[in-house]
Design a protein around this ligand. Structure first.
Ligand code: GRF
Length: 201
């Protein structure tokens, strides 16, 4: 039986990508098929090469519009026919053209307990507001900012005022949660039905 094919979009260091590589390297169900970056020097591209995963740099500055860039991404992705497209630190807003094309097959990880703290600077805002808890969310992507149906969350008690320490703890949660969610989706234990999340034990 053919494997569940995952494409990963990155822009930077790719620590979440690495967590996926470590989890799925010799997995029987899930295969990381390709990695795309809009940044040439993204360290994640190196990680992909080292893991023998096809990887591409697609320079968004070469395209006159967001849609043109997204069409190029789709053209590359479709060679792999991904079952799931995973955003892992991809720092470009995707147009409705792209989001609708992969509707129900596109997920993102966000460093907050959504719906709280959409957008950027989540760790700073959590500390400024003296929140008791902080965490991470994996969600399906729709055409709203950080607003699609939530697959799963992990949380921690905020026990530091140091932003770097908090960020490190959040990354550790991400590296466990994201591969876990991908595995659940691949095994049809998390899926969307009429826009609602269904989870099976
Ligand atoms: C993560 O913190 C994730 O929550 C956010 O972008 C960051 C990516 O980090 N969406 P990395 O490139 O996976 O190390």
């Amino acid at each position: 039986m053919s494997k569940f094919k995952v494409a990963v979009l990155i822009s930077g260091r790719g620590s979440n990508l690495q967590a996926m590589i470590d989890k799925f390297e010799s997995d029987e169900t899930v295969e990381l098929s390709c990695v795309l970056s809009n940044k040439k020097d993204a360290y994640g591209l190196k990680r992909a090469s080292e893991a023998n995963i096809d990887n591409f740099f697609v320079d968004h500055t070469n395209f006159p519009s967001r849609e043109d860039f997204d069409k190029e991404l789709i053209g590359t992705l479709e060679k792999y026919k991904p079952d799931l497209v995973v955003l892992a630190g991809f720092m470009r807003i995707l147009s409705p053209l792209f989001v609708n094309k992969y509707s129900g097959k596109l997920i993102n990880i966000h460093p907050s307990l959504l719906p709280k703290y959409k957008g950027t600077d989540t760790h700073k805002r959590v500390l400024d507001n003296n929140e008791e808890y902080h965490g991470v969310t994996v969600h399906y992507v729709d055409n709203t900012l950080d607003g699609g149906p939530i697959c799963a969350q992990s949380r921690l008690k905020v026990e530091t005022k140091d932003i770097d320490e908090l960020q490190k703890a959040i990354h550790e949660l991400e590296h466990k949660l994201y591969p876990w969610v991908i595995n659940q989706i691949a095994n049809k234990k998390i899926y969307l039905s009429d826009g609602e999340i269904i989870k099976q034990a």
